[in-house]
Design a protein around this ligand. Structure first.
Ligand SMILES: [Fe+2]
Length: 158
């Protein structure tokens, strides 16, 4: 049994880089989640009802993604970052503050999502090289959902 466990275990050293990237992605997802909540609260204007509801749908999905990313890190034998201090120290995407205009909000979210997608594609590449199918599958799922979301947000802006 022990031999089998050893065989199915991913090589620890090579996983380190991807675990670090997953923790940065997790930090950015927490910031993205908070950005969506802030926009849900602060958006005003003609599209209030539409955007207020859309942002709620998006933060609900982002909250679930946060959990998936964190639990993937645990599955790889590491500890997911779990303090605000760590998230703020690692964030790459921009925090969105005091935005109430709908179009500005959507444009900023498109920018956020583009940075998340860049990271997800990077992690997917490394995970594929390492035969880390679980991480690759998670990234593929995130990428396809966020590419669709990005298309829809851009359609709103056009
Ligand atoms: Fe609400």
């Amino acid at each position: 049994m022990k031999t089998l466990e050893k065989k199915i275990e991913l090589p620890k050293r090579s996983m380190k880089e991807n675990i670090e990237k997953l923790n940065v992605l997790l930090s950015d997802f927490q910031v993205y989640y908070m950005n969506l909540r802030g926009l849900h609260w602060n958006v005003k204007g003609r599209d209030f009802f539409l955007l207020h509801e859309k942002f709620e749908e998006m933060y609900t999905e982002a909250g679930e993604d946060v959990d998936e990313i964190a639990e993937r890190i645990l599955s790889l034998g590491a500890i997911p970052l779990h303090t605000m201090e760590d998230y703020l120290a690692n964030q790459r995407i921009r925090s969105i503050e005091n935005v109430s205009d709908g179009r500005t909000a959507v444009q900023l979210l498109v920018d956020n999502i583009e940075l998340l997608l860049l990271q997800e594609r990077g992690i997917l590449d490394t995970a594929s090289d390492l035969d880390d199918e679980g991480t690759a599958a998670l990234m593929s799922d995130l990428i396809s959902r966020q590419e669709k979301l990005s298309w829809m947000l851009k359609a709103y802006l056009s």
